[in-house]
Design a protein around this ligand. Structure first.
Ligand code: PMV
Length: 326
């Protein structure tokens, strides 16, 4: 028997990084997915293969790489942690074959690690016949996110589990927003790899060093997201775009933008975007532009001319799904 789960990636419209400091974020699931399949093995190893071309097996803490050498361990470990979290939760000891594939570029701020953790938890849960509810899926996938960076806000796993567009605050219930009109976005991938954990930690060090400077910035970002939620509720994309521009300024001041991200952001604005900002951890990775539908292609071209890879993505209302294939 085999179980499969799919989980969407996300973009953050406003509030990344500040969400780690208990401020709200405005976040949207997108139609790019991670798929995970899980099936039983006759031994107790956890064998993982991925569409990234790395594979290997874990026997407890021992790792045996198949493709990708010792570096494979770092990529595969969060998947193993997610699978083990489910086995432990259900008090089950058994081996698994896990296969991960994705249309979500990794490590660029589109929530690939969160979606991988969520899909792994859902697939393993389904295989074991457990009816994991959304809250359990989020809780069980949090361990892997902690491995990726020590202080995750939980935003990635939560939106990947629920789907849609929502406001998220650490430790609170996600608040879905009913938006009937499209939210046309163009993502721009800078192609520069970065590490969310390092960026989150860099911000933490500055918050500790300059508390009186950073606290008002964090506070302003929270207020900005509340305004952005209100703008989206009223389908006022122009105001949302303006607030995204301000948010990029706040993210720049806490040190998580970069030269290429700024370049793509300014190019998108010049190309007719209503607003543009980095999205996710920053430091490279992706930016996102909000535009009217008729300007979307021009914004994509502006991003491409400035050296980024444009991705036209849509909101998806459905989060994680899992099913059995015989
Ligand atoms: O870079 P991503 O897609 O993992 O997004 C991280 C979002 C942060 O706010 C920077 C971190 C967090 O845990 O919320």
């Amino acid at each position: 028997m085999k179980a499969i789960a799919s989980a969407p990636g996300k973009i953050i419209l406003t509030g990344e990084h500040f969400v780690v400091y208990d401020e709200p974020a405005l976040v949207m699931a997108i139609n790019r997915y991670v798929w995970v399949s899980a099936e039983d093995r006759s031994d107790i190893e956890i064998y993982i293969s991925t569409s990234l071309g790395v594979s290997g097996s874990f026997n407890g803490e021992m790792f045996k790489p198949e493709i990708g050498g010792e570096d494979a361990k770092k990529i595969l470990e969060p998947i193993k942690i997610s699978a083990e979290a489910v086995l432990k939760n259900l008090n089950v000891k058994r081996g698994l074959n896990i296969e991960v594939s994705s249309t979500l570029p990794i490590a660029v701020g589109l929530g690939s690690s969160g979606a991988s953790a969520v899909a792994t938890v859902a697939a393993v849960g389904k295989l074991l016949g457990a009816n994991l509810n959304k809250k359990s899926i989020i809780d069980l996938s949090t361990e892997a996110e902690r491995y990726v960076h020590s202080n995750p806000s939980g935003v990635d796993q939560t939106i990947s589990t629920y789907g849609g567009v929502a406001s998220y605050k650490k430790g609170r219930r996600i608040m879905h927003l009913k938006v009937l009109s499209p939210i046309p976005i163009v993502i721009g991938n800078s192609g520069v790899d970065r590490n969310t954990g390092k960026l989150v930690n860099g911000v933490k060090l500055k918050v500790e060093k300059f508390p009186n400077v950073f606290k008002p910035l964090i506070n302003a970002a929270g207020k900005l997201t509340i305004k952005a939620i209100d703008a989206l509720k009223h389908e006022d994309l122009e105001t949302l775009g303006q607030l995204m521009d301000v948010d990029h300024g706040l993210l720049t001041s806490i040190g998580v933008s970069s030269e290429i991200l700024d370049k793509l952001v300014y190019a998108a604005r010049r190309g007719g975007a209503l607003g543009a900002k980095l999205t996710g951890g920053g430091g490279g990775g992706c930016m996102v532009a909000l535009s009217n539908l008729d300007k979307r292609d021009a914004v994509a071209k502006a991003i491409s001319d400035a050296g980024g890879t444009p991705i036209i993505a849509e909101k998806v209302d459905r989060g994680v799904r899992s099913w059995i294939v015989k």
